[in-house]
Design a protein around this ligand. Structure first.
Ligand code: AMP
Length: 298
């Protein structure tokens, strides 16, 4: 397995691979890898000739009061996991080279980046899109894969790839969960034993929301039931709970019950909705979501 740190070395290597006609797959990560990341390797493998995984804890996507300094890191373990999973190359950029003195140019996402996670993390998606766009360039990737767990990120990256015509095929990979339903996350290591026991309530709540919609509740009423259930769960502090159209990420909270829905403002038929949630458990912030095909609700 190859390992490259410098941006120039990565550019040269990837340009040479593309010149040979190879398809390059990129998996952007912040490291401290778990099965959720490694499943992305399996997802992209059949589509490409070389799989590159990047590890970079991107300071630009962390707010001043966030956990950049304590974000978990374990370089040696990550490299061993990548090698065992058949990754061809690991790209390890360093912040001093990515953000040299004087750096000041960014990708500005559209209004969808200000909702949901963007409302509680101002500037977060600007940091994410900017680094992803540069990772695409350094690695010359033809394909890249992102997890459904970070749904708003996935949506914004698909949007950016279209809007800036980056020519990269974006693949999506389903959320990988622990046996009790908690979505795998590098941040789960921060949970103390009692917090860890409380954490699966997030996914339980999303499932209950889906059930309520299926039973004919309005989206507003389903969200209210979810809020009440989470409020009863010890240690969990709700940050946001929303229901949105997956095509546009527009909120559907004010809509009537699903079976009475009409086309959206643009006249498009709604196909899939998404329940989105973020909570805090102690000092740890967790997000999760559930996508539901409308035909499964009607
Ligand atoms: P991160 O290291 O948290 O930036 O995540 C890197 C990539 O892995 C992103 O595309 C995430 O959506 C994806 N990912 C993280 N956790 C999971 C999970 N539990 N299931 C699926 N994908 C995940």
């Amino acid at each position: 397995m190859e390992q490259l740190g410098s941006l120039q070395a990565m550019l040269r290597r990837s340009a040479a691979q593309r010149a040979q006609g190879l398809r390059i797959g990129l998996i952007p990560t912040m490291g401290f890898l778990h099965e959720g990341h490694l499943a992305l390797v399996d997802r992209i493998r059949p589509h490409v000739d070389r799989v590159w995984l990047s590890i970079f804890v991107n300071p630009a996507q962390f707010g001043p009061a966030e956990d950049l300094d304590r974000y978990p890191r374990d370089r040696e373990r990550d490299l061993a996991l990548c090698a065992a999973r058949g990754v061809d190359g690991v790209f390890l950029p360093v912040a001093a080279e990515v953000y040299p003195p004087g750096h000041q140019t960014w990708v500005t996402p559209g209004p969808v980046a200000e909702r949901y996670c963007g409302a509680s993390r101002p500037g977060h998606f600007r940091g994410v899109l900017s680094i992803v766009q540069r990772l695409f360039r350094w690695t010359n990737c033809t394909h890249a894969v992102f997890g459904a767990k970070d749904a708003q990120q996935l949506w914004l990256i698909k949007r950016m790839t279209k809007d800036l015509e980056l020519g990269v095929q974006i693949l999506e990979s389903p959320t990988i969960r622990e046996a009790d339903g908690l979505a795998m996350s590098s941040r789960n290591v921060f949970l103390g034993p009692e917090e860890r026991m409380a954490a699966p309530a997030l996914q339980v709540s999303l499932k209950q929301g889906a059930e309520a919609l299926r039973a004919g509740e309005t989206p507003g009423r389903a969200l209210e039931q979810m809020r009440q259930q989470l409020a009863r769960t010890p240690l969990i502090e709700l940050e946001y709970l929303h229901v949105a159209d997956w095509k546009t990420l527009a909120s559907l909270a004010g809509e009537p019950r699903v079976r009475d829905w009409e086309a959206d403002q643009d006249g498009a038929v709604r196909e899939e909705l998404i329940l989105l949630a973020a909570v805090r458990i102690g000092r740890t912030r967790l997000i999760d979501n559930l996508r539901i095909k409308l035909k499964d609700l009607q």
